[in-house]
Design a binder for this molecule. Structure first.
Ligand SMILES: [Mg+2]
Length: 215
């Protein structure tokens, strides 16, 4: 029985791929790197984000890179939308008494702006934004909040999310609504590999149902 779901933001609850790709190409272009197609981006992108940029534009100044990224990202902010079914998932799981938290690399200001725009603050019991490396953060979060790893799931769309969940000893769930294709996520062997958080909702309901039938 799962009582806590920790969720990545981009590509898990929110479709911000257009804005992130525009921001990324602005940053790469600033250092003379050709623009990536969406397909290139999905293949190449990884977290922590410095690994991605170190590979494509080694030695680039990170502050200049971030400033360029945010200029592009802001220009496409209006294109950011909740993923289909994400709000219903949040509504249903929080109503069922599941504790929900966000763990994202997205910077604090942008995360809170999107939360406010979507009216989603009411669903969450903790927002961990601007987290460069999710591995130590999640390990520490599980410890600090005394979460039961067997009852906690971390959901994300990137191998780094699965790596973080595994390091923290919680259940891991990969979703295919974001930046990774099935093969890339399947290679990390998450406990569950699902099409979207909507399927996670079905999975959690089934576990509640089985428990009530068994009692
Ligand atoms: Mg993500």
């Amino acid at each position: 029985m799962v009582d806590t779901v920790i969720l990545d933001w981009s590509g898990t609850l929110v479709d911000d791929l257009d804005a992130v790709l525009i921001g990324t190409n602005e940053a790469l272009g600033h250092f003379g790197h050709p623009a990536l197609t969406l397909e290139d981006f999905r293949r190449e992108f990884e977290l922590p984000v410095h690994r991605f940029y170190d590979r494509l534009i080694p030695g680039a100044d990170f502050a200049a890179l971030e400033a360029s990224f945010h200029r592009g990202f802001r220009s496409a902010f209006d294109r950011i939308r909740p993923l289909d079914g994400a709000e219903a998932f949040l509504e249903q799981t929080s109503t069922a008494g599941v504790r929900l938290m966000v763990l994202t690399t997205l910077d604090v200001d942008n995360a809170h702006r999107q939360l406010a725009d979507f009216g989603w603050n009411r669903f969450f019991d903790g927002i961990h934004a601007g987290i460069v490396d999710k591995v130590p953060h999640l390990v520490d979060l599980v410890e600090r909040e005394s979460l039961d790893p067997a009852r906690t799931v971390f959901v994300g769309d990137l191998p780094h999310d699965i790596e973080a969940g595994r390091a923290a000893g919680v259940r891991t769930c990969g979703v295919l609504t974001g930046y990774s294709d099935r093969e890339k996520l399947a290679d990390c062997r998450p406990d569950w590999l699902l099409g979207s958080v909507t399927e996670l909702d079905d999975r959690l309901r089934a576990s509640v149902q089985r428990r009530s039938e068994a009692s």
